[in-house]
Write a protein that binds this ligand. Structure first.
Ligand SMILES: NC(=O)c1ccc[n+]([C@@H]2O[C@H](COP(=O)([O-])OP(=O)(O)OC[C@H]3O[C@@H](n4cnc5c(N)ncnc54)[C@H](O)[C@@H]3O)[C@@H](O)[C@H]2O)c1
Ligand SMILES: [Fe+2]
Length: 386
């Protein structure tokens, strides 16, 4: 028996989708907007959001104090502020960091007796959700798919580990996702590349996960084809609203895909370099992806066959080579050494990198579960570029 997770109850996509904010059903009409820094405000994008909210009679407050790849301490601080404001809608407005912070803060807002990360980690099930507020996400990157997933990733800056807060009963999926391409036109090129490769990685890893299923396959294929066919255009023509809208839809589909199956070792290694060396999530995945594809194709016939299917769907001969070419087109570094330059430090830390990647939440459903020795070799290839 399978219980599918269908994503947000409402997804509104395309130019002017932001107008859908006016239709959020609310009694108290208090919206708490979570953003990662003040960039959206400086770009005039926050005003586009608040104009619609005010027009619909909402009172709002914006919380901008979320750093990229949010920490657990940030989440707790924001949750305290949220408790004072008492919203009935929480709005995550930004990239994956803002949306994840919004979702994680909301978990603590709904459960005021929670005080630490362990309260929300398995085997504990999150007690209360959707009683005090509902959640709407407006992604400005494309993307993490966080607007459609049941997870929020937070970093423990003391332990240098990344944790996934999630509700196995699917209640952490936002109620509403608004995919308005106007917001993603302002991404810096490296974020267009990194977050776009993150979306492709979600689709590709899900398609070969050992627990892939008909629904995750459909969403992974849809996300992959749409993403692969539009990412380079987004990079080359940042203002191209059609390509930006397609990329947001690709990212959302890929998010629904992995919520219904699992990711794999590309994410395990990317999480590890992100947590220990601060490599941004999308960029880390973009660097690791071709190495992960080659490793899986070598060790799993099923994965190799499925990669060949994906390649034929977008008219390329070899998926790994196509990803390498796309990556080069977008000036993504070809190995981790280009971004984490202290080689001696990394080599001294290699056992920890291996152990952390092996213990990552994404490792269990990867096509071929690496031995420690295989994981070490793979990480060294990712690092050295061989
Ligand atoms: N919940 C999930 O299912 C899920 C899935 C994948 C990744 N993630 C998480 O998402 C985070 C990464 O998100 P991301 O790649 O979207 O980057 P991000 O949200 O960290 O954004 C990076 C920077 O770019 C800025 N930015 C975002 N959109 C912009 C725009 N349109 N114009 C100008 N600046 C903009 C942000 O303010 C931030 O400073 C990581 O913490 C990762 O772990 C979560
Ligand atoms: Fe990701």
């Amino acid at each position: 028996m399978r219980s599918y997770k269908l994503g947000p109850q409402k997804i509104v996509s395309g130019e002017d989708a932001i107008q859908a904010l006016a239709e959020l059903p609310a009694e108290r009409k208090r919206a708490y907007i979570v953003m990662s820094g003040t960039i959206q405000e400086e770009l005039g994008q926050l005003k586009m959001v608040t104009d619609v909210l005010e027009g619909a009679g909402f009172t709002w407050k914006a919380y901008t104090d979320v750093e990229p790849e949010p920490s657990w301490k940030t989440v707790l601080r924001g949750a305290e502020d949220m408790k004072e404001f008492e919203p009935d809608w929480v709005i995550g407005f930004g990239g994956g960091s803002a949306m994840d912070a919004a979702k994680a803060m909301w978990v603590f807002y709904e459960n005021p007796d929670y005080t630490c990360l362990a309260d929300v980690m398995p085997p504990n099930e999150i007690k209360t959700l959707k009683e005090r507020a509902r959640v709407c996400c407006i992604p400005t990157s494309a993307g993490t798919g966080s607007e459609a997933t049941r997870a929020a990733l937070v970093k423990d800056t003391d332990e240098h580990k990344k944790y996934s807060i999630r509700c196995m009963r699917n209640r952490m999926v936002p109620d509403v996702a608004i995919l308005d391409p106007v917001f993603s036109t302002t991404m810096p090129p490296s974020l267009t590349a990194g977050s776009g490769m993150d979306a492709l990685t979600h689709a590709i890893e899900t398609y070969v996960a050992t627990n892939a299923n008909p629904l995750s396959d459909a969403m992974a294929i849809g996300g992959f084809i749409t993403g692969f066919n539009n990412l380079a255009t987004c990079y080359d023509e940042p203002e191209n609203l059609e390509a930006r809208a397609a990329m947001l839809e690709a990212s959302c589909m890929a998010g629904i895909a992995f919520s219904n199956a699992a990711l794999g070792i590309v994410h395990s290694i990317a999480h590890t370099f992100g947590a220990i060396y601060g490599v941004p999530h999308g960029m880390a995945n973009a660097i690791v992806l071709p190495y992960g594809l080659a490793f899986n194709a070598e060790h799993s016939e099923r994965a190799a066959k499925r990669y060949a299917q994906l390649a034929s769907m977008v008219g390329v001969e070899d998926l790994t080579q196509a990803i390498i070419d796309l990556r080069a087109h977008m000036n993504v570094p070809s190995c981790m050494k280009e971004v984490v330059t202290d080689e001696a430090e990394v080599m001294a830390n290699i056992d920890r990198l291996v152990a952390q990647a092996q213990a990552d939440v994404c490792t269990p459903c990867t096509p071929h579960r690496p031995t420690d020795e295989e994981m070490r070799e793979l990480i060294l290839k990712v690092y050295n570029g061989r």
